[in-house]
Ligand binder design. Structure first.
Ligand code: MOS
Length: 752
């Protein structure tokens, strides 16, 4: 089987390529959203509600207004008009918390913004915000962690989610389950989790006449522009969003949040640039989180391990007004071959800020449940969990009745088992030891969607021998700058260090959101088409410019390779550097534009397009001191062709680290006494850090997926997180004999 190796040729595609933006980041020259300063700029700090439900009866702003340096305390009465945005076609007007800030006096979650202090310094603004007093009429609130689906007349549609409660159905799952010789019926719970990108969310707003410019760390600048244009009643052309660098997002920066509208509104009222950087505590309250999920999985199987029925019923919490859907059924309906299946969902309203997408939304908690159930079924049947999965490997996507474009999950299992040494596993609980430690081994599979979003780019070739590639997509730390440089270099022969990449600006051609692991797959056709068009212009100039060595040739007799133009029939020996041709023709640059069509949400696809993979995990357990460690991870990913094995491996390693955090540490707790996310800081919200992370052995099976683009590259940003937690809980069971079905695994779960 082909596996990813260093590309031996000079092609930049498939080569281990260090980040082209790395030097800017490590030298502090990369400008993040809060690094932009403007003359006369003011600082804004929001005032947070300290109740989870009720009304603001009175706001006492008098003391705050008199404080030194304070320019204004804004609230419902004086913020000016902020309209509601409406979702349109494609990436228009998408927002998870749709109520504009200060629209009414009702508080629906702890930390909702009720006022905004603006001052000459951040410190003055913070002091003023702290000095604002609110009197509330409190109502009962609900942050109950036991999720029973609300009995709403119909489950409301959300951005990308289905409306009917039954999301997927085939055969008769209930009766097949009733008749199944072997049954499993368990409920799995994942807690609220909070994205914790190190860069805090920030907005700097500048009005210049009717033109609004906003610096934000957005995962989708065009959608943010659309939302702000609607909220402030402007034509889109009058709004410009700039996002040069993002200190990671994990989904929390996909869609706009209310603090951004507040910065814009304050700048409008005061006619000054306004910067608003939210606090780490606010990062837990009003910019999304992965909602708590409760998932019942019922599996029916034959004694030989063939699935006959699969039922997956899940519920996630959502905010009081908004309808965020955590699509736990994302992978359920196609992952295994099973004739009878039913996936259904409900939602439960809670007094929490709106949940949002978090790395691998839906599939990550969903696969935790279904893969855990598969592991438990394997133990029940005394079948190896790898074998159980291979036994139920589907030939086609049974939910859509169409073939997969490229599915090599079995190869992933085989390679992973070999690299891990899985054949040495003794199934008996607590039976394996090393150096006085009990070993636990577990594994799980994973999947994540793959498609293309619409994307546009342009590529320039310039008379100094450099190239420029531009697209209004973003690099959220995943390597987009580098990939675009590689793609441009591949087509034009301009070396990587001479390719300028420009991203994150709505004045550029419209690029995709940095979401769904789809940027690379979407950008390949757009950048390639743009480069081809730029090259076509270049060759036309070469064939027509007076004095050009190729003056008598037709453009299609010429070729650009490795930065030189030559006559195809003569070969590269007689080639001329393209920069020389441009200079001789007195042309500074040629520019080509390119576009890629969306395949996302295609109602009649010919192929089912997904990435796949698996994780094999070892834990060590010391019962004497209740010490559990993850000691080894082998991960194998089938994500099509890997364009940059260095960045690719980095994405998967980072995701596995996050998976260790998901399995063992991460959870956001709401204080039953006031509804506040209570562990809202980086000390109390525990994540996996270096000391928790063993060597992670990452492998890619390198099967190009030509349905996605001509290079066969799918995305890799999210899939590495899916499947880690169920592999770890299986290893924990193997070591300790304890089944943990509610994440994270706590030491108290494992004590005698
Ligand atoms: Mo990802 S949750 O699509 O940023």
């Amino acid at each position: 089987m082909p596996t990813t190796q260093e590309n031996p040729t000079t092609s930049p595609i498939g080569r281990r390529t260090p980040r082209v933006d790395g030097p800017l980041k490590v030298s502090g020259k990369a400008q993040y959203a809060s690094d932009f300063h403007f003359p006369g700029m003011l600082y804004a700090v929001p005032v947070e509600a300290t109740i989870a439900s009720g009304r603001v009866i009175k706001l006492d702003t008098a003391a705050a207004e008199k404080m030194p340096g304070v320019r204004a305390i804004f609230h419902r009465e004086n913020i000016g008009r902020i309209f509601r945005s409406v979702q349109g076609q494609g990436f228009e007007g998408i927002i998870d918390e749709r109520r504009p800030p200060f629209e009414d006096d009702v508080v629906r979650y702890y930390g909702q913004y009720i006022a905004l202090a603006v001052a000459e310094t951040f410190e003055s603004a913070k002091a003023a915000a702290d000095a604002v007093r609110a009197i509330y009429a409190k109502d009962k609130y609900n942050v109950d962690t036991n999720l029973q689906p609300d009995d709403e007349p119909d489950v409301v549609a959300t951005t990308f989610a289905p409306t009917p409660r039954v999301q997927s159905k085939r055969g008769n799952a209930e009766s097949a389950f009733a008749k199944a010789p072997v049954k499993l019926d368990q409920t799995y719970v994942t807690p609220t989790e909070t994205h914790n990108p190190i860069e805090l969310q920030a907005a700097t707003a500048i009005w210049d006449g009717s033109m609004l410019t906003i610096y934000e760390e957005s995962q989708g600048v065009f959608n943010l522009r659309s939302v702000l244009a609607q909220m402030f009643g402007l034509p889109k052309e009058d709004v410009r969003v700039i996002t040069r660098f993002v200190g990671s997002g994990f989904g929390s920066k996909l869609w706009p949040w209310t603090h951004c509208a507040l910065a814009v509104a304050a700048a409008r009222q005061l006619k000054k640039p306004v910067k608003l950087v939210i606090s780490r505590k606010m990062m837990f309250q009003a910019v999304g989180h992965r909602p708590r999920t409760q998932q019942r999985v019922r599996l029916g199987a034959t004694a030989a391990g063939k699935l006959v029925s699969l039922q997956h019923d899940y519920v996630n919490h959502q905010a009081i007004l908004d309808n965020y859907h955590e699509d736990c059924g994302e992978a359920t309906a196609f992952q295994y071959s099973v004739p009878n299946l039913r996936v259904a969902f409900g939602r439960a309203r809670r007094n929490v800020g709106s949940p949002t997408a978090m790395r691998g939304p839906g599939a990550v908690p969903g696969l935790y449940a279904t893969e855990s159930a598969m592991n438990e079924l394997a133990d029940q049947l005394k079948i190896d969990p790898v074998r159980l999965r291979i036994l139920n490997e589907p030939k086609i996507d049974e939910s859509l009745g169409i073939p997969f474009s490229s599915r090599h999950l079995v190869e992933c299992f085989e390679l992973g088992a070999e690299k891990f040494g899985w054949s040495k596993r003794n199934r008996e609980v607590g039976s394996m030891n090393r150096d006085g430690l009990i070993l636990g081994w577990g594994m799980a599979g994973c999947a994540w969607l793959a498609a293309r979003f619409p994307a546009e780019a342009n590529v320039q070739l310039r008379d100094d021998g450099t190239a420029r590639v531009a697209s209004g997509t973003q690099d959220i730390g995943t390597g987009t700058y580098t990939i675009l440089a590689q793609l441009t270099s591949q087509k034009t022969g301009v070396p990587l260090d001479k390719v300028e990449v420009v991203l994150g600006d709505t004045s550029l051609p419209e690029g995709p959101i940095s979401g769904g692991s789809m940027v690379t797959g979407s950008m390949v056709p757009a950048v390639f088409a743009a480069a081809d068009n730029a090259i076509a212009s270049l060759l036309t100039i070469a064939a027509t410019a007076p004095g050009s060595p190729f003056e008598k040739r037709k453009p299609d007799e010429l070729k650009l390779e490795a930065g030189r133009v030559f006559v195809k029939a003569d070969g590269p020996a007689g080639g001329v550097a393209f920069a020389d041709l441009l200079r001789r023709a007195n042309v500074r640059m040629v520019t080509g534009s390119g576009k890629s069509e969306s395949t996302f949400g295609n109602p009649t696809p010919k192929f089912s397009t997904h990435s796949f993979g698996c994780h094999f995990v070892e834990v060590t357990w010391q019962p004497e001191i209740a010490r559990l460690r993850v000691s080894r991870v082998v991960t194998v990913i089938d994500a099509g062709r890997i364009l940059n094995p260095l960045a690719g491996r980095n994405q998967i390693e980072g995701a596995v680290v996050m998976g260790i955090g998901m399995a063992l540490f991460e959870h956001t707790s709401y204080d039953p006494q006031n509804g506040a996310p209570i562990n809202s800081n980086l000390a109390d919200y525990v994540m996996a850090v270096n000391a928790d992370v063993p060597p992670i052995d990452v492998h890619f099976v390198d099967f190009p997926d030509k349905e996605i683009n001509e290079l066969g590259a799918r995305g890799i940003g999210e899939i590495g997180l899916a499947g880690v937690a169920p592999a770890i809980t299986a290893a924990v069971h193997h070591a300790t004999g304890v089944r943990v079905r509610e994440l994270p695994v706590k030491i108290e779960n494992l004590l005698g």
